[in-house]
Design a protein around this ligand. Structure first.
Ligand code: GTP
Ligand code: SPV
Ligand code: MN
Length: 622
């Protein structure tokens, strides 16, 4: 027999914090009567709540508490192998007209999707607690910040949201004062009881093989079903701060971007220079955001590592905030060599997902400083020895991640929570390109800058499950999986923002840390040495150095570029900037074909850039 209970508004009201507004109580009541949880819990973001939920998850098997001496207040979670990353093929933009989603998004009719999801959510939380999680993207009450409420049946999501957003009572207070908020509904899709009363065992990582990550940009709503992982489930991140926010930004004249934000301070003068950079998933944003310069004279501080919201300020410049409060960073490859500041950030109060566990209760992954121990528990929960490594098995999943509070980063920028943001001086676009793309190139003019962003292509990483890793794909502006509307309209929006800000719009650069030589080795040392590229960009901005006009943009002169202490002679330098006209002609053919799918939405400026590019190739061939 069914033991579903019906929730009345009065009952939900009685359990809610006093400042929860009526419309929120009504929404929670409606969702509760659909999902039919056993109870409703309003998250307040307190330490007590964190301790209680993490302890419950340790008892339930979702979390392993790490060694409190080595990693105080840190936990390891292992997901199911079927739920390890974003699922792009199950990510939908639901708007009235298909052309508004555009050819690079999966479109669904809003009414049909609502009907489908209504069925999926019917009884989906039976046997579970429904958590109501208020959050702010951006500093609480800031002029650029936005509020949301995530309803979820996952305690893992609740504690992760506490790290990744300003979560809890303070956000609810702002909602109670009447500020607008975005409803974000989430379920792992694993009820513990059926309609007929049949019960199901709880598991360490509940999820569903059927997944829907859906967005309704015309009504600012998010509904996610079936996954507990990362961007599929922490709905403030990609769903809100990129897909929904990009559509809000287009409507209201600002920008929501897949970009890190950093401050570069010239030590001699104290002069500050702010950079944002868009690289596709797992292509080095976290690394660049926490860069430790290998050349003297600069200090880097971190504002954000994944998302930037940018708005014109009163002075006509573009200002950026990091809407997040934590970092959800790729673990493999992170070490004191590649990213010491990230390593120091994750010393305490962190969640690790799908990394390996050492016998003394610490974490391990491929590329961490410590050598492979004789024994580990791998991300699947199995024993793992050097023999497994020899078989090519990974101890940590390639998309395993650390979830850490940004404020723990030793070089977090003193202004990282400045409500109005920091003024941006330069914007970088990059990707993993073994061939063709030089180390750095500067835009010829703003439209060329937009062309640089639109033509980003990158080798696919493990950050999504359903795209073939290693293959090269177009990822315009590193926003392919994250743009909530037609990508060509988004390029048009960039052009409009440039027109609005004129000469105050930041200069755009294309960078590539990943070019390889004939033996397949990276030609550029990367990491801290990327400071040398930033140094050139700063000196370009200061008008100190000239650039050479080339095929893909303007390049540095070797004599202007700080190569001190590097084993890079003129021959190697030339290789880093080598342009093969035939290869570029082929790449441009491919880019042009990619652009044709946007039909007459493709801005004329982009078509014009293709023509200019062809002229530059022809000139290089002559
Ligand atoms: P998301 O969080 O998925 O959006 O990605 P992200 O761009 O923040 O990725 P992250 O910084 O975690 O990327 C890490 C990967 O990039 C690792 O495989 C690093 O080894 C690699 N990486 C970062 N910087 C460099 C570099 O300068 N050179 C080389 N060769 N690899 C780099
Ligand atoms: C990305 O894939 O770009 C990420 C990780 O930053 S996730 O939040 O899972 O989308
Ligand atoms: Mn990302």
């Amino acid at each position: 027999m069914t033991s579903d209970k019906t929730y009345s508004v009065e009952e939900v009201r009685a359990g809610a914090p006093a400042d929860a507004p009526e419309e929120l109580v009504a929404w929670v009541t409606e969702q509760a009567n659909l999902a039919k949880p056993d109870s409703i819990y309003w998250a307040d973001g307190s330490d007590e709540e964190w301790d209680r939920l993490t302890t419950e998850m340790v008892e339930g098997g979702t979390f392993t508490r790490l060694n409190p001496e080595k990693r105080p207040n840190c936990f390891l979670a292992r997901s199911l192998p079927s739920d390890v990353a974003r699922v792009e093929s199950r990510t939908f933009i639901c708007c009235e007209k298909e052309e508004d989603a555009g050819p690079t998004n999966h479109w669904a009719d809003p009414a049909e999707m609502r009907a489908t999801l209504k069925e999926k959510f019917d009884g989906v939380m039976r046997g579970r607690t429904m958590y109501v999680v208020p959050f702010s993207m951006g500093p609480l009450g800031g002029p650029i910040s936005q509020l949301g409420i995530e309803i979820t049946d996952s305690a893992y999501v609740v504690v992760s949201m506490r790290i990744m957003t300003r979560m809890g009572a303070a956000a609810l207070k702002l909602i109670g004062e009447g500020k607008p908020w975005v409803p974000a509904l989430h379920s792992v899709g694993y009820p513990l009881r059926d309609a007929d009363g049949t019960t199901r065992e709880e598991v360490a990582w509940p999820c569903n093989d059927d997944k829907y990550i859906t967005h309704f940009p015309e009504t600012n709503e998010i509904i996610s079903y079936g996954s507990g992982y990362g961007g599929n489930a922490l709905l403030g991140k990609k769903c809100f701060a990129l897909r929904i926010a990009s559509t809000m930004a287009r409507r209201d004249g600002w920008m929501a971007e897949h970009m890190l934000i950093l401050r570069l301070t010239e030590e001699a003068t104290g002069k500050q220079f702010h950079v944002t950079a868009a690289f596709p998933s797992a292509c080095g944003k976290t690394n660049l955001a926490m860069l430790q310069p290998t050349i003297p004279g600069y200090k880097v501080s971190t504002v954000g590592d994944d998302i930037a919201w940018m708005r014109p300020g009163a002075d006509g410049r573009l200002y950026a905030i990091n809407p997040e409060a934590g970092f959800f960073g790729v673990a493999p490859g992170t070490s004191y060599h590649t990213n010491p500041m990230a390593m120091d950030t994750m010393k305490a109060n962190s969640i690790f997902t799908n990394v390996a566990l050492t016998d003394d209760g610490d974490v391990w992954w491929e590329g961490i400083d410590a050598p492979l121990p004789d024994h580990l528990i791998d991300w699947l929960g199995n024993d793992y020895t050097p023999a497994d490594a020899a078989d090519g098995k990974k101890a940590a999943h390639p998309n395993s991640r650390f979830t850490v509070p940004a404020e723990q980063c030793p070089i977090i920028c003193e202004d990282w929570e400045a409500p109005a943001g920091v003024p941006i001086d330069a914007i970088l676009f990059g990707g993993r390109r073994a061939t063709n793309v030089p180390l750095v190139a500067e835009q010829y003019d703003p439209a060329h800058g937009v062309f640089i962003g639109a033509s980003v292509a990158s080798e696919v990483t493990a950050a999504a499950t359903d795209v073939k890793a290693g293959s090269l794909r177009h990822d315009p502006f590193a926003m392919l999986p994250f743009c909530g509307y037609n990508m060509a309209d988004y390029w048009g929006h960039w052009l409009e923002m440039q027109a609005k800000l004129g000469s105050k719009f930041p200069k755009i650069y294309q960078v590539n840390w990943f070019r390889k030589d004939e033996e397949g080795h990276f030609m550029w040392p990367g990491y801290g040495d990327n400071s040398r590229v930033l140094d050139w960009i700063v000196r370009r901005a200061g008008g100190e150095v000239e650039a050479i006009d080339g095929v893909t943009g303007r390049y540095p002169k070797i004599e202007d570029f700080n190569l001190d202490g590097l084993d890079i002679d003129e021959a190697k330098w030339n290789k880093l900037f080598e342009i093969n006209p035939a290869a570029w002609a082929a790449e441009l053919d491919d880019t042009e074909e990619y652009f044709t799918q946007f039909g007459d939405k493709l801005p004329a400026e982009i078509t014009a850039e293709l023509g200019k590019f062809r002229e530059r190739i022809a000139a290089a061939q002559a």
